[in-house]
Design a protein around this ligand. Structure first.
Ligand code: KG4
Ligand code: ZN
Length: 336
């Protein structure tokens, strides 16, 4: 079965053809990062306009790279939530038009479910149930993947997402948007022991996260040193930020895995590309007897293969939509 996936929730316009949910036949990603860099973050209005300009070419290329025609596609999957509303609408309306014109089924996909599905593309034998840590620019979730289409959120961030914390700390250090990858690079030459950063305890749910205190403390540290004319070692600071985030994410995920009795733990989302997060969680899983899964690096960021993959499992579960499908900016995994 061939699924065409379409993704436009943030600043990547992407399309991909995936076979039987597990094999990527083609994948095209048109990124707008260079344009948003000038503003230090994604400008929603610009993102929508670029998606409108790019989507037809990106979908055509995904089909031609896969060497298939639209007629040979079995169904069209699209990200409908969550994300920037104007950006999501471009993909949703394009997919609706394509589905109506071709008579193909339309499959709605939740973006976070798509990130989780990158593990099915990397590990063809992985099956639910398992516990997944999803860390991206907009989300930090610990999720029970009960089946391919049923999820339960057991922990979430109370304020900033892990990716947002990476990006804001990076911005304060003068790195361009998106800064996560620059913190990752700088920390390769850093020593995490110079700066002790806060690891907030969260009252209530022990599996929830809070990263705003860490972000504020890094920003204050930088401002204070600038006022005093003292130069900080940014490699060491980056290394502390990365180590702290990696350890906090790992500690709570392992605790949740034990408390809920899982054998398998997976990682997903843009932050899953981070060297520290990958290594720390991998080691902790090994030490605590969990099987560990993480997407190959090329699948960590936003792409449409993950949407086509999750679309396949949604389709098998009978999750399809008609022309009334709308984009939704905020939607919990549990409400899909
Ligand atoms: O999943 P994603 O591509 O978009 C959202 O759905 O939000 O995640 C983007 C986030 C950004 O915050 C970016 O800085 C972060 O993932 N990221 C990283 C790395 N690569 C991407 N953070 C830390 N280290 C990296 N190597
Ligand atoms: Zn994403």
């Amino acid at each position: 079965m061939l699924i065409l996936g379409i993704e436009s929730s943030c600043d990547e316009t992407a399309a991909s053809v995936v076979k039987d949910g597990r094999t990527i036949v083609s994948s095209v990603i048109s990124t707008q990062i260079e344009e948003h860099k000038k503003y230090g973050g994604v400008v929603p209005e610009i993102a929508s306009r670029r998606h409108c300009e790019n989507i037809l070419g990106v979908v055509k290329k995904a089909l031609s790279d896969a060497d298939v025609t639209l007629e040979e596609i079995d169904a069209i999957a699209v990200t409908y939530a969550p994300g920037l509303i104007g950006a999501l609408l471009v993909g949703v309306n394009f997919a609706k038009g394509l589905a109506m014109a071709s008579g193909k089924p339309l499959i709605p996909v939740h973006h976070i479910a798509g990130h989780i599905a990158t593990n099915y593309l990397t590990f063809p034998d992985l099956e639910p149930p398992y516990l997944c840590l999803v860390a991206s620019g907009g989300h930090s979730h610990i999720i029970e993947v009960l089946s391919y289409t049923k999820f339960r959120v057991v922990g979430r961030t109370r304020d900033d997402a892990a990716g947002e914390c990476f990006d804001k700390c990076a911005r304060a250090m003068g790195f361009p948007y998106p800064g996560g990858v620059h913190i990752d690079k700088a920390s390769q030459n850093g020593d995490p022991s110079e700066f002790k950063l806060p690891r907030p305890a969260v009252a209530g749910n022990e599996f929830d996260f809070s990263f705003s205190g860490l972000k504020t403390s890094v920003i204050n540290l930088i401002h204070n040193s600038q006022q005093k004319g003292v130069e900080l070692n940014y490699n060491n600071l980056a290394s502390s930020v990365q180590t702290t985030i990696s350890e906090v994410l790992t500690e709570k995920t392992i605790k949740a895995g034990k408390a809920l009795g899982y054998r398998k733990i997976a990682l997903a989302g843009g932050v899953s590309a981070n060297t520290g997060v990958r290594a720390t969680l991998a080691q902790a899983c090994k030490d605590n007897g969990f099987e560990f899964y993480m997407p190959e690096k090329s699948l960590c960021g936003d792409n449409a293969s993950m949407i086509a993959c999750q679309g396949y499992y949604n389709y098998l579960a009978g999750i399809t939509a008609d022309e009334s499908l709308n984009a939704v900016a905020t939607l919990s995994m549990e409400d899909i």
